[in-house]
Design a protein around this ligand. Structure first.
Ligand code: 13P
Length: 250
């Protein structure tokens, strides 16, 4: 049985101009070439071709992906982006079920599950995001919420799909707030997610990487990554500048 891999994934959300994207890669490339881990960046859809081109200067160290995709194949879905198109353009992965997609754009577990299936069918690596709101944490609902999101998000997947899946635990109260979960708080939920995977006979319960997201910074990432069930980070704000992104990797 292999160990979970460690990933540092930057979710740029709706940020970074063309000039900022160019400057990020120009500054990152000399440093990241010496790093041996998996480093991934998800820019806005429209900047994916640019990021793919610029990432060539990292000697293949940085893989590029999307922040979302459609749940269906090509068709009359104005404004959507198909998983097939992401794959064809050269994207390696896609982030699905981010709490901003759930809260602002009304995505539910069923839609997210369809997106997982479509992405995996098109050979994209899929990162399933889960996490509770502040009210849910304070109402002692964290485990129930996360369990439902994990089980429904992964429902009906084939055993062979699991080599292309990671889960990201992102407590909503820690996203963009500067309020990072303590390593103990995060580890408790990560261990619970792994237990849930085991109990539901997930074929990759022990190997699947579980990333933490929510106010991760170069100065708190180490404490988080020391935890046995935290296998990487999904990072917003601190992934936007080359020096702090490299700081996370180092
Ligand atoms: P921040 O790192 O800015 O808190 O964002 C986390 C996040 O939402 C990553 O997907």
């Amino acid at each position: 049985m292999s160990q979970p891999k460690t990933y540092i994934v930057g979710n740029w959300k709706m940020n970074q101009s063309i000039a900022e994207t160019e400057s990020f890669f120009k500054n990152l490339s000399p440093e990241i070439k010496h790093y041996s881990g998996e480093t991934w960046i998800a820019p806005q859809f429209i900047h994916i071709p640019l990021a793919l081109e610029l990432a060539k200067s990292t000697d293949g160290k940085v893989k590029i992906g999307g922040q979302n995709c459609a749940a269906t194949d090509f068709g009359a879905f104005t404004g959507e982006v198909a998983a097939q198109s992401l794959k064809e353009i050269g994207a390696h992965f896609v982030i699905l079920g981010h709490s901003e997609r759930r809260a602002i754009f009304g995505e539910n577990d069923q839609t997210i599950n369809h997106k997982m299936k479509k992405s995996l069918e098109k050979n994209l690596f899929a990162i399933l995001c889960v996490g509770e709101s502040l009210a849910e944490r304070e109402g002692n609902k964290t485990f129930d919420v996360v369990k439902k999101q994990v089980i429904e998000g992964l429902s009906g997947l084939a055993a062979s799909d699991y080599k292309n899946i990671a889960i990201a635990y992102e407590p909503v109260w820690a996203i963009g707030t500067g309020k990072v979960a303590t390593p103990e708080q995060a580890q408790e939920v990560h261990a619970f997610i792994r237990k849930t995977l085991t109990e539901t006979s997930c074929p990759a319960a022990q190997e699947l990487s579980i990333l933490y997201g929510g106010s991760v910074k170069p100065d708190n990432v180490e404490g988080l990554l020391k935890c046995p069930d935290i296998n990487g980070a999904l990072v917003g704000g601190a992934s936007l500048k080359a020096d702090s992104f490299y700081g996370l990797c180092r």
